[in-house]
Design a protein around this ligand. Structure first.
Ligand code: PLP
Length: 390
C-alpha cells in the first residue's frame, strides 16, 4: 500500500532562491544567463525550441517571470519595462469606456495614467474610495467597473485595505481585483492567497532591491487571465530587457532576507521617531499605534520598510531637514538596500492636484522614509542630526 507523502508547500525563502531557476540546459550554468539576443533560429518554418522573437519570449525574462509568479503564489508572471508599463498593459484588459474603483491613495503615477492618459485615450472613469470603507467601495461599483484597484499599504500614508474582504466583493460582483504589492513585496504579503485576482509591481523597488533597475511585473492566478495578459504583453511590447531581468532575478533571491532586515529596522526607526519631541506623528503598520495594526498582523508578515512621518515643522523647516540627511539619500524611489528619504508633497505625489494631496494627508511636513538594511543605530544617528535644526 502506498504511504501518503505529505509534501509541504515550499516556503518563501526557498521559493525566492529556486523559483524559475533551472540549470542552463546547454552548459549547466547554475544561474540563468543573460540571453542578449533579439531572435532565435528555427530548424524549419515554425519549428523552434519555444523561443521565436525576444519581445514575445526571452529565457532570462521567462526565468524572472516564473520566479515572481512563484514568490506571489501565482500561476504566471509577466515582466515589463517599468511598473507603469505593467499597469498600462493591465489597463488594456478594460475595454473602452470602462470604470475603475481605486484607492484614494494610489501612487501618483498610477493616478496620472488613469486620469491624464486613459481618460482621454480610452474614456476611462475612476471613482476613488477609502478601501477601508467597504460600503463605500461597494456603492462605487458600476455595471462597467472593470477593476477594483488597491494599494496596501498605500503610498505614502501607509493605510491598509482588507485583502480578503475586498477580494470577496470583487468575486461577488464579478469585478477583477488588482493589488499593487510594491510597498509590501511578496516577502511581506501575498494578495493572491487572500483571493485577489491580479498583483502588480514596480520591480524597481523591493523586488529589484538595489536601486539599479527600472521594471514592472504582473502576476495572476487564473490561467485564462494569464493567456490574455501574455497576448497583451506581446501586443503592446513594453517588456523587461534581458539585463534587467537578470538583475531582477538576482534581486528576488534575497528578497525575504532583505525584508526581514527592512522590517526590523523600520520598526526600530518608527519607535525611535515616535518618542522624538520634534515628531508630530509616525505611521507604520508594525506600530501598535497604527489604526489598522490588527489587520497588519493578519495579512502581513512584518511591517515592511516604509515609514511615514509628520514633522513638527513648516515648509521651509521641512526642506532644511531634508537637505541635512547624510546617510539617508534624498531621492525618489524606495525599496532598496540603502535608506532613502523623500517629501511626497514635492516629489512622488507632486502630480496630484493640491486639494487631493491635502485630502489624502499628503502635507508639506510629511516625509517618507524607505528604511534600508544598514545598522539601525547609524540610521537613528542620521535622523537625530537632521532633526536637530528644528
Ligand atoms: N506603484 C507604486 C506603489 C510605486 O511606488 C511606483 C513607483 O514609485 C509605481 C507603481 C510605478 O513604478 P515604476 O516607477 O517602476 O514605473
Amino acid at each position: 500500500m502506498d504511504k501518503a507523502i505529505h509534501i509541504r508547500p515550499r516556503g518563501i525563502n526557498t521559493r525566492a532562491v529556486h523559483g524559475g531557476q533551472q540549470r542552463d540546459p546547454s552548459t549547466g550554468a547554475v544561474t540563468t544567463p543573460i540571453y542578449a539576443t533579439s531572435t532565435f533560429a528555427q530548424s524549419a518554418p515554425g519549428v523552434h525550441q519555444g523561443y521565436e522573437y525576444a519581445r514575445s519570449q526571452n529565457p532570462t525574462r521567462a526565468a524572472f517571470e516564473a520566479a515572481i509568479a512563484d514568490a506571489e503564489h501565482g500561476h504566471a508572471g509577466f515582466a515589463f519595462a517599468s511598473g507603469l508599463a505593467a499597469e498600462a498593459a493591465l489597463l488594456e484588459l478594460a475595454g473602452q469606456g470602462s470604470h475603475i474603483v481605486a484607492s484614494e491613495d494610489v501612487y501618483g503615477g498610477s493616478w496620472r495614467l488613469f486620469h491624464r492618459v486613459r481618460s482621454h485615450s480610452a474614456g476611462l472613469s475612476v471613482s476613488h474610495v477609502d478601501p477601508a470603507d467597504l460600503d463605500a467601495l461597494r456603492a462605487a461599483l458600476q455595471p462597467n467597473t472593470a477593476f477594483i484597484w488597491i494599494e496596501t499599504p498605500s503610498n505614502p500614508t501607509l493605510r491598509l485595505a482588507d485583502l480578503e474582504a475586498i477580494a470577496a466583493i470583487g468575486r461577488e460582483r464579478g469585478v477583477l481585483t488588482v493589488v499593487d504589492n510594491t510597498f509590501a513585496s511578496p516577502a511581506v504579503q501575498r494578495p493572491l492567497d487572500h483571493g485577489v485576482d491580479i498583483v502588480v509591481h514596480s520591480v524597481t523597488k523591493y523586488v529589484g532591491g538595489h536601486s539599479d533597475i527600472v521594471g514592472g511585473a504582473i502576476v495572476v492566478r487564473d490561467p485564462e487571465l494569464a493567456q490574455r495578459l501574455q497576448f497583451l504583453q506581446n501586443a503592446t511590447g513594453g517588456i523587461l530587457d534581458p539585463f534587467s531581468s537578470f538583475l531582477a532575478l538576482r534581486g528576488i533571491k534575497t528578497l525575504p532576507l532583505r525584508l526581514e532586515r527592512h522590517s526590523a529596522n523600520a520598526l526600530a526607526v518608527a519607535r525611535w521617531l515616535e518618542a522624538h519631541p520634534k515628531i508630530d506623528r509616525v505611521i507604520y503598520p508594525g506600530l501598535a499605534s497604527h489604526p489598522q495594526h490588527a489587520l497588519a498582523r493578519r495579512q502581513m508578515q512584518g511591517g515592511g520598510g516604509m515609514v511615514a512621518v509628520y514633522l513638527k515643522a513648516d515648509d521651509q523647516q521641512t526642506a532644511a531637514v531634508l537637505s541635512r540627511f547624510r546617510l539617508f539619500t534624498l531621492a525618489e524611489s524606495l525599496g532598496a538596500v540603502e535608506s532613502l528619504v523623500g517629501q511626497p508633497w514635492t516629489m512622488s505625489h507632486a502630480s496630484l492636484p493640491e486639494q487631493d494631496r491635502r485630502h489624502r494627508g499628503i502635507l508639506p511636513n510629511l516625509i517618507r522614509l524607505s528604511v534600508g538594511i544598514e545598522d539601525v543605530e547609524d540610521l537613528t544617528d542620521d535622523l537625530e542630526q537632521a532633526l536637530s535644526i528644528l
